[in-house]
Design a protein around this ligand. Structure first.
Ligand code: AP5
Length: 217
């Protein structure tokens, strides 16, 4: 049987969001992207958004307590009862420990952690060419997968823009934060037998096929 409580792990730009959307549709799971939730809060100017903005623009991690609280709220929604994909969470040991505790309370532990791999030049090329729809969040790439309508989203006609943290200054810091704060978590999940490594350097379709097979789907 396919895993239904899944973490997508890996550096910025490796393709977590791209694969999360495909896996969500294929496996009918809730998609929880902490980055998307934070950006939504930023857009609507909530206190969380105001507090997170400085960290995100600088490419730094948002403080654990803020992110943990938003994941706790999101996991309590009924669409998570049949399974979920965590995309971009956890990113620190503190987040991982709190997640385990939250899920232990519910009796619904994580079943698989897909860790996507790509080298740094690939990550930088993907991030710097990424464009995102302001309305529906669809992700494009100026070279690898542009919108057929240019700066307009081909799915919803929304405006396609570049994330402020996709500019070079913030990208370098995001990569540094990943190496120092997040990458060490791989060992934690390897030790618990949950880690499945997936080559993220191939086409999105090939990454998807490898992910499905790693999940037993
Ligand atoms: P977040 O939004 O989570 O950003 P990220 O982890 O840096 O990941 P990205 O969205 O950059 O990349 P991705 O792996 O999803 O790649 P994508 O599929 O888009 O977080 C943003 C910020 O929020 C953080 O810096 C932090 O400040 C804060 N934050 C979020 N979560 C937090 C947490 N838990 N704790 C603390 N702070 C937190 O693909 C990238 C591009 O490549 C796209 O253009 C895509 O079309 C293209 N592409 C994808 N796959 C392929 C492929 N196989 N071949 C060719 N092109 C591809």
């Amino acid at each position: 049987m396919s895993a239904t409580r899944i973490i997508l792990f890996g550096p910025p730009g490796v393709g977590k969001g791209t694969q999360a959307a495909r896996l969500r549709d294929a496996l009918k799971l809730a998609h929880i992207s902490t980055g998307d939730i934070l950006r939504e809060n930023l857009k609507t100017g909530t206190p969380l958004g105001v507090e997170a903005k400085g960290y995100m623009d600088a490419g730094k991690l948002v403080p654990d307590e803020l992110v943990i609280a938003l994941v706790r709220d999101r996991l309590a929604k009924p669409d998570c009862d049949d399974g979920f994909i965590l995309d971009g969470f956890p990113r620190t040991f503190e987040q991982a420990e709190k997640l385990d505790a939250m899920l232990a309370e519910r009796g619904t532990p994580i079943q698989a952690v897909l860790s996507f791999r790509a080298d740094e030049p690939t990550l930088v090329a993907r991030i710097s060419g990424r464009r995102v729809c302001r309305s529906c969040g669809a992700s494009y790439h100026v070279e690898f997968g542009p919108s057929k309508k240019g700066d307009i989203c081909e799915k919803c006609d929304g405006e396609v823009y570049q994330r402020s943290d996709d500019r070079p200054e913030a990208v370098a810091e995001r990569l540094r934060q990943y190496v120092s704060m997040s990458k060490p978590l791989e060992e934690r999940y390897r030790a618990s037998g949950l880690l499945r490594e997936v080559d993220g350097m191939v086409s999105p379709e090939a990454v998807y096929q490898a992910s499905m097979s790693a999940l037993g789907a």
